[in-house]
Design a protein around this ligand. Sequence first.
Ligand code: ADP
Ligand code: MG
Length: 336
Amino acid sequence: MKKNLLLNTVLCFVSLLLSCKNDVPQKLSFEAMNTFMTIQSYGINAEKANAEAKNAILHLENKISVNEKESDIYRINNASVFPQKIDEDTSFLIDFSIRIAESSNGALNPALYPVTKAWGFTTGKYEVPSQSQIDDLLKLTDYKKIHLENNSIILCEGMEIDLGAIGKGYAGDKAIAVLKKNGITSALLDLGGNIQLIGSKPDGRDWIVGLKNPFGGEIVAAVKVSDCAVITSGGYERYFQTEDGKSYIHIFDSKTGYPVDNNVASCTIITKKGVYGDALSTTLFVLGKEGAVQFWKKNPDFDFIMILDDNSILYTENLSPKISLLQSFKSVEIIK
Ligand code: ADP
Ligand code: MG
């Protein structure tokens, strides 16, 4: 009898400990892919799972970074002999971005790097290139000339690839796969403003994800969601200013070779997969309001929220029950 009581007490204590551990998040913050990342997971295995997820992100970064000399991307961008063998992940990402390029009429262009590099994004040596330099470089950005087959690639002379528009979203997908393999059923990943979620909060309720004010300051809207990616591209994230006060953002119009200047302040995509969300956040930003709406009507397998420079907002109708607007907007348009 006494033994049973003792056993029960020990079991209660252990299950109390376990349930506490399930409700308290394990957080891991680190720098990767040129940004600050935090993985917050729940469950008894969370600490180990987070460490493995971080490694998965760093491992991917080492394959696709444009600056890391050992990466696949650096190697093919600087190779003089082709074909070059590349890793499966690199190959998947190049193929994926080519497919989005095809469906967006080149708004997303994985071969735009000669142009973005000349503007100093990714190297930090910011400058406005001359029109003739831009014209020459644009000739090297035809993604249709990328030849990719069986993890082997051929690029024409001078062509260079950049997966910066989709890499973070894919890194999130990789991290999520690792967390799930470790039994994690509830987690929030903040990868430099890209939010990716496993399941719902530990108490079973939806996560509440805030959308930053693209003009600075408070959160301007929030969405209640679970098990998805909420990925934002914003001109406010990375830009430089010249002495005359003009600013140039890091998202480019692939037709003109100039930073996009189309009244879009931010574009948030809500999708199941991070890589798709990241690809589309950049694509719809480049397409602008009308182009984004048209693209969504043809491919309605995601949701989006767009804030324009005049402080108006538009979002797809599926988000109506999930979104809260936390300030007044000039206009609110629901896309059907
Ligand atoms: P962030 O990664 O800063 O959150 P994005 O996902 O929108 O923002 O990606 C922006 C990055 O994508 C740029 O830094 C650049 O490397 C690359 N990029 C910019 N414009 C384009 C474009 N039109 N097509 C493909 N890649 C682009
Ligand atoms: Mg993107």
